[in-house]
Design a protein around this ligand. Structure first.
Ligand SMILES: [Fe+2]
Length: 311
């Protein structure tokens, strides 16, 4: 096996264009470089703020390695956190805890697995992409909105030292929080006037619709995230919907999305309203601390507010 320095030389001579197959999801570009007897070498480019992870699975007993070529990855595995820099390798056999990586800058790395995963990977990616397009086509939302909610929710989750499993759920749950709006009729979703009581009752079912959609994909990643989607409109004092859950009965990931999504909604321009100034929205979040919003989430939000982007 080449040592890391030799590996770097070898990679410099290798063109990514020589890959067998490629997948591009916006934040992540994946190329299958080589494959033999089940072993695969997959090149990844993960753009700044993007996340990627390893998931344990029953009956899975393979070697998985991540070798960073350039950039920098922060990772959480169980309750451990660390940084992976160029030349570093992380290997697991098999992966026992969820591992979630976040790119601190544009990062390239190799993922080497002793079993063929690329085609399954492509299939999952295509399903995710289709769901993202479905969201985009509804409610005037763009993929940027979903990506911003995901990125900012993960910032809060990392600041609150959530476990890698909780971050994994938050990663998908935050991105797909409003996927249930696909099942809300356009006449309600796009109505340019105030909704009637009956229409609002239907709109309020989108968390429940979203949970069903994620569970129906058959993808464990999305199944794990479905509770966050179901609970993202619950409020700390029980005034939310659909189940009027209170306090810690609300999953922490859903409590995080509640704050980030509220802040984003207040500071976003919509056809029927102007964007509010960020300082005004921050005051609203503070005034909801302990009533609408979980106090610990509000504290983490305030500690992260300089990193929370509206771009
Ligand atoms: Fe929502």
């Amino acid at each position: 096996m080449p040592q890391s320095g030799e590996m770097m030389d070898w990679l410099r001579h290798m063109k990514v264009g020589q890959s067998i197959e490629k997948v591009n999801t916006g934040k992540l570009e994946v190329s299958l470089l080589a494959s033999k007897n089940g072993t695969e070498i997959i090149h990844h480019t993960l753009h700044e703020g993007g996340s990627w992870g390893l998931t344990p699975q029953d009956g899975w007993n393979e070697l998985e390695s991540v070798f960073v070529i350039s950039g920098c990855l922060a990772y959480t595995s169980g309750d451990r956190q660390g940084i992976v820099s160029p030349g570093d390798t992380i290997s697991t056999e098999p992966v026992k805890d969820h591992v979630i990586f976040t790119a601190l800058e544009d990062t390239t790395f190799l993922y080497i697995c002793s079993n063929a995963v690329f085609h399954f990977y492509s299939e999952i990616t295509q399903k995710f992409q289709q769901l993202a397009v479905d969201i985009e086509q509804k409610d005037g939302y763009t993929a940027d909105h979903c990506e911003r909610i995901r990125r900012n929710s993960l910032l809060i989750g990392q600041r609150m030292n959530l476990s890698s499993y909780q971050l994994h759920c938050l990663n998908f749950g935050s991105f797909f929080h409003d996927i249930g709006k696909i099942d809300v009729p356009d006449t309600i979703l796009l109505k340019p006037a105030t909704l009637t009581h009956e229409e609002f009752d239907i709109m309020k079912r989108h968390p429940e619709f979203g949970k069903k959609i994620l569970c129906s994909t058959g993808l464990p990643h999305l199944h794990d995230a479905s509770t966050i989607v179901e609970q993202h409109h619950e409020r700390f004092n029980g005034s939310g919907y659909p189940n009027h859950l209170k306090g810690d009965a609300i999953e922490v990931g859903a409590a995080i999305v509640a704050v980030i999504d509220s802040f984003d909604a207040m500071t976003s321009k919509r056809p029927y309203k102007r964007a509010k100034p960020e300082a005004w929205a921050i005051d609203e979040i503070i005034s909801g601390r302990g009533s609408l919003y979980h106090p610990d989430v509000v504290d983490a939000f305030l500690a992260s507010v300089d990193d929370i982007t509206k771009s």
